[in-house]
Ligand binder design. Sequence first.
Ligand code: AMP
Length: 216
Amino acid sequence: MRLILLGPPGAGKGTQAQRIVEKHGIPQLSTGDMLRAAVSAGTEVGKRAKAVMDAGKLVSDDIVIAIVSERIDAPDCSKGFILDGFPRTLVQADATESMLSAKGLDLSAVIEIKVDDVVLADRVAGRYTCANCGAGYHDTNLKPKVEGVCDKCGSTHFKRRPDDNAETVRTRMSAYYKETAPLLGYYYAKGKLHSVDGMAEIDTVTAEIDAILAGL
Ligand code: AMP
């Protein structure tokens, strides 16, 4: 199963991707996570991407396409994968199609998580992850069961993204509407687009996605 999750920052792509990983055993390929890892490791790609990411703008297509193309060749992607945060431009969408068809693969579905813009800034400002295992949490919507302790690994260390602040979120939303929203029409025309209501409870969104995946 090869899936793409589409939606603005704060829609819940990462949260839902983690649940699909748990249920279906296919990896989540988040270009944002891969780029943040490159920044932390101080690689050439990381050095080129850092300032662009801090500003909330999009990293160049050639960089992200190269990262994804290499990643989907890894053995853990043989049964499929979830693309989270990629493709984000029409150039990336065309590249995805070419790289999949060159490998004899096709896309199973694109799932759009629809949300009202007004909630996005709060959702993004409140989110954090476990510094050890990467599990995602939110100050009000998704707290750990025991305060300050990760449900998944028991770590007590958490982190917030430097680009999850009100100003950068505005730039990231503009990038979404300008560059990424056209992908909805692109995938609709290909008969691949499914939409879920991202304003519903997290478990309800998961159930809606499960129903789509069951019908593939
Ligand atoms: P995300 O974790 O998906 O919100 O991505 C964080 C940041 O990484 C974005 O604001 C961009 O600067 C960069 N980034 C992630 N994925 C892409 C992509 N597919 N194309 C361009 N830039 C990206």
